[in-house]
Design a protein around this ligand. Structure first.
Ligand SMILES: Cc1ncc(COP(=O)(O)O)c(C=O)c1O
Length: 319
């Protein structure tokens, strides 16, 4: 087994917090606290990806996402921290008043190309075509696919399992629940728990892809990583559970009933959840596990996304 190297960018270990909500105790892993400009789950993947970008002597990193992408924002910030330039390929329209994540990437000086939904379907091709152009101008480019979810990036969440097992007796929990966008976080968790031979379920709340698509993505990433790094574990397919149906309003939207729960949660715990990922994941957590009578708990991973809240200020206030 060869373990890849990384740069230290994230404030880790992140706190493991026990909070009380509606009279029930919840364990929350605060991965929203991996940093400030760099907050959220993406930083763990970027530690590995940015190390590789530097190693390949890149001048630029390219990545993609929605116009409120946390991943694109974290990549832009990490690039600035490491003396690299960034170009982002964002699905959405250019707005004059940039909010949240889009504000940060503009302010930090990333080059941005906006894509229509149709163009976004071939965003990887577009990034590689653009890379060719940069190469011809003598610029080296490291391309990071959607969400930083590659067989290298998911090491961030393989390590998360190690980190967690130093914070809690793993027998106290029966599973880990996370939002799933590109699937890398769930893939890392699945592989990380398998490597440590833990009997845990990984609950992935899909917010972007269908149940079938996200399952395939997660399992392919985990399997690919296992093969590439010669890992001594089988990918435990039966431990992966997709909790589907929590993003029927669309990836960029959030329904008012979900917002009501987000507001109640913030008012009882002081913790703010975002509209695209953690707010939806928490709604699933509430339905399936909050009131479950079991002495083993399901742990909720707060994967960040705070800047996504600002574009939806009015909806949050009206909830
Ligand atoms: C706040 C937040 N939570 C969860 C996720 C999902 O992570 P993944 O893409 O690894 O499935 C993302 C990114 O996609 C995110 O920005």
């Amino acid at each position: 087994m060869k373990i890849p190297r990384k740069n230290n960018l994230a404030n880790i270990p992140t706190p493991l917090q026990a909070v009380s909500f509606e009279g029930e105790k919840i364990f929350i892993k605060r991965d929203d606290l991996t940093g400030l400009e760099l907050s959220g789950n993406k930083v763990r993947k970027l530690e590995y990806l940015m190390y590789q970008a530097k190693r390949e002597k890149a001048d630029f990193v390219f990545t993609s996402g929605g116009n409120q992408s946390n991943h694109a924002r974290a990549t832009a910030v990490a690039a600035a921290m490491m003396g690299l330039k960034s170009k982002l390929f964002l699905w959405g329209r250019e707005k004059t008043a940039a909010e949240g994540n889009l504000f940060i990437v503009k302010f930090i000086g990333s080059e941005i190309r906006f894509l229509t939904k149709k163009e976004n379907e071939r965003v990887n091709d577009i990034m590689f075509e653009e890379r060719e152009k940069f190469l011809r101008r003598g610029k080296r480019v490291f391309v990071i696919p959607e969400g930083g979810s590659t067989t290298l990036g998911i090491w961030g969440y393989i390590n998360f399992v190690d980190e967690l097992s130093r914070q809690i007796n793993m027998n106290q929990i029966s599973g880990i629940l996370t939002a799933a966008g590109s699937g890398g976080t769930s893939a890392g968790l699945l592989l990380g728990t398998a490597l440590k031979k833990l009997d845990l379920k990984i609950y992935a709340v899909n917010v972007l892809y269908s149940e079938g698509e996200i399952k395939k993505k997660i399992l392919n990433l985990a399997e690919g990583c296992k093969l590439q790094f010669n890992l001594n574990a089988e990918v435990p397919k039966d431990k992966l559970v997709i909790l589907d149906g929590y993003s029927t309003e669309g990836y960029k939207n959030i329904s008012s009933d979900k917002l009501k729960l987000i507001k109640k949660f913030a008012q009882q715990t002081g913790i703010i959840l975002d509209p695209a990922y953690t707010g939806k994941a928490f709604n699933a957590f509430y339905d399936y596990f909050l009131f479950e009578k079991s002495n083993r708990k399901v742990l909720f991973v707060h994967t960040g996304g705070i800047f996504g809240v600002f574009g939806k200020r009015q909806q949050y206030l009206n909830a």
